[in-house]
Ligand binder design. Structure first.
Ligand code: IMP
Ligand code: MG
Length: 174
């Protein structure tokens, strides 16, 4: 088996605490309203599962799958939706849960598509934000951690489909 060196960036405990804090802020912002939380497959599946369990307002859950063409570690900005949501988002409060915002091209693409469907509100919650890599003006409404330009895996996030099962978030050296 190929060995990839990795070092822990955020432990399970740190992630859990931060996700709870995000959920608390979101719970206050949406008090008394029903949210549709839309996770981005596959990278945000763990984050979405944890987030909805800590949010105190009722959440419906759905997923989209986006495919972006590019190399193993750099997205090309050409995004296609390979699986759409099953719920109607028109007139609803929508919160997108994303693992990482890097260039911002993926989220800009999705937000533009969703806006055309006339949700009541539309916000983005990203666990990780690689701010310095941005190629669009995109800003998430809620951010877990701002990180440097390193390649990370774990807590749902992969490198070539591997490491999604790690409980911590690690930096890998390739
Ligand atoms: P963007 O369109 O450049 O913002 O791309 C964001 C997407 O690139 C994320 O949803 C991830 O799937 C992927 N990505 C960016 N950085 C990393 C990383 O460090 N590890 C794994 N995937 C990443
Ligand atoms: Mg992704």
């Amino acid at each position: 088996m190929e060995t990839v060196k990795r070092k822990i960036l955020f432990t399970k405990e740190i992630i859990e605490k931060r996700v709870q804090e995000l959920a608390e802020t979101i719970s206050c912002d949406y008090e008394g309203r029903e949210l549709i939380v839309i996770g981005i497959l596959k990278g945000a599946f763990v984050f979405t599962a944890d987030l909805v369990r800590y949010i105190r307002t009722p959440c419906l859950v759905d997923f989209v799958k986006l495919a972006s063409y590019g190399t193993e570690t750099v997205s090309s900005g050409e995004v296609v939706m390979s699986k759409d949501v099953e719920l109607s988002i028109e007139g609803k409060d929508i919160l997108i849960a994303e693992d990482i915002i890097d260039t911002g091209l993926t989220m800009s693409f999705l937000v533009n598509i969703f806006r055309e469907r006339k949700p009541r509100s539309l916000k983005v919650c990203a666990l990780l934000d690689k701010r310095q890599r941005r190629e669009t003006q995109f800003e998430a409404d809620y951010v877990g951690f701002t990180i440097e330009d390193d390649f990370v895996v774990g807590y749902g996030i992969d490198f070539n489909e591997k490491f999604r099962d790690l409980t911590e978030i690690c930096i890998i050296e390739k």
